[in-house]
Design a protein around this ligand. Structure first.
Ligand SMILES: *Cc1c(COP(=O)(O)O)cnc(C)c1O
Length: 426
């Protein structure tokens, strides 16, 4: 496959932008080679600058659950953009969008829109500290919550791929207030809460881990966190930036029946535009300015174009059968890949939930960051390149989710499985 233009653009980009990318997960550090520059997307497909077509399983890292350039989403954004892109004053679209989010997510009675998942988690932590009057937080090894200082500790895929435990430049005082427990290990959380009784403001967790690769919560894990948070007076924050509107319309909290105190949203909620959100009960959200003493703001927050795309996305996702379709597509891919790997006698764990899965080159179950890290990176890198050369675009790291959209067709599934079969044989 000829990727001359991608190579030329990358050569120019590395001179101008650190690593040639505006987000490190786009670099191919862990698989080697030159990132593909994309020019166009439609449905489940994306075309690179050299005109090669790929079945896309990155889907912008999650937002594109309805595929690229969905005509109704683009139409809504275009229509609203022509009326003005931002006012710095309230618009009706924000109210409609808030209504949809409150209706969908059980833990949210009031919501504040921001511009990214990072802003959502950063604000949620500030809110938890303001509400509880406590300073410490507990996160999980391999949990990624954006690049807020306090959360860049043992932060999973993107960070792990650079071989960094905690980012340089994070003030040691911020990092010190962040304590790290093990995913799917309730006792590791209980120990921290007991050792720092009365000091923990919040436990922040991806209810379905997505940034060490997909790792579902084991039975009792989320329930255990809920009980511990309540009994120790800490808030439970679900970072549903990936799982919100993906695992189910109401997010992972409706799938597992565990209700957090604060929920963070992002990715899908912006329909491909920059949007994040955090929400909670009325009581907790009354801490946020201008109602309360916790300040948080944004010049472009809730801007009409992003709101219009988000609203259209949620309206389309609400249609009957959408999540059944996503679940069935994911299941066929996961089962198909398991079969392909088994036949090729390549040991692998395909962890999946509805809408996302990860291929771990690992003979043992992957249940936390430690077991995920034991996966074979070199084998994944070979597989990744063999797939991209066959027109399939998986995430360029083993510790990421492959995202499924409503646009992935039966034909796409077949083509993906055929490519995987060839890749493993090559
Ligand atoms: C992507 C992600 C974030 C950060 O969102 P950005 O929009 O990239 O800032 C936070 N939490 C989780 C779970 C994510 O996957």
């Amino acid at each position: 496959m000829d990727r001359k233009r991608s190579s030329a653009l990358f050569e120019k980009a590395v001179d101008l932008i650190p690593g040639g990318v505006n987000s490190p997960a786009r670099a191919w550090n862990s698989v080697g080679g030159t990132p593909i520059f994309f020019a166009k997307g439609e449905g489940s497909h994306a075309w690179d600058e050299d005109g090669n077509r790929y079945i896309d399983y990155v889907c912008s890292w999650g937002p594109l659950i309805l595929g690229h350039a969905h005509p109704e989403i683009i139409g809504a954004a275009q229509e609203v953009a022509s009326l003005g892109t931002s006012f710095g004053a309230p618009t009706e679209l924000e109210v409609r969008m808030a209504e949809l989010v409150v209706e969908a997510v059980p833990s949210i009675e009031m919501v504040r829109f921001v511009n990214s998942g990072t802003e959502a988690t950063m604000s949620a932590l500030r809110l938890a500290r303001a509400f509880t009057g406590r300073n410490r937080i507990i996160k999980f090894d391999g949990g990624y919550h954006g690049h807020d200082d306090a959360l860049l500790v043992e932060a999973g895929s993107g960070v792990a791929a650079q071989g960094i435990a905690t980012s340089a430049g994070v003030h040691p005082d911020y990092a010190a207030a962040t304590m790290v427990a093990d995913y799917n290990d309730v006792q590791s959380v209980e120990r921290l809460l007991q050792a720092h009784e009365g000091e923990v403001a919040a436990i922040i967790v991806e209810p379905i881990a997505g940034n060490m690769g997909v790792v579902p919560p084991q039975a009792g894990f989320l329930e255990g966190l809920r009980e511990l948070a309540t009994s120790h007076g800490a808030l439970l924050i679900f970072d549903e930036v990936i799982s919100g509107f993906r695992a189910a319309y109401g997010g992972a909290q409706t799938v597992y029946g565990v209700t957090p105190d604060i929920t963070c949203l992002g990715k899908i909620v912006g329909g491909g535009f920059p949007v994040g959100a955090y929400g909670a009960s009325r009581e907790i959200m009354q801490t946020v300015a201008p109602l309360g003493p916790m300040y948080q703001a944004g010049t472009l927050s809730g801007n009409p174009v992003a709101m219009a795309a988000g609203i259209k996305t949620l309206e389309l996702l609400k249609q009957p059968g959408v999540y059944e379709g996503i679940a069935s597509t994911t299941e066929r891919l996961v089962n198909g890949l398991r079969d392909v790997f088994a036949r090729a006698e390549v040991p692998a764990q395909i962890n999946g939930v509805s809408g996302a899965f990860t291929v771990f080159f690992n003979p043992n179950p992957v249940t936390d960051m430690k077991s995920a890290s034991a996966s074979d990176g070199q084998e994944f890198a070979k597989f990744f390149h063999a797939m991209t050369d066959r027109g399939i675009y998986p995430p360029p790291s083993q510790f990421e989710a492959w995202f499924v959209s409503t646009a992935h067709s039966d034909e796409d599934i077949e083509a993906t499985l055929t490519a995987a079969r060839e890749a493993l044989n090559s």
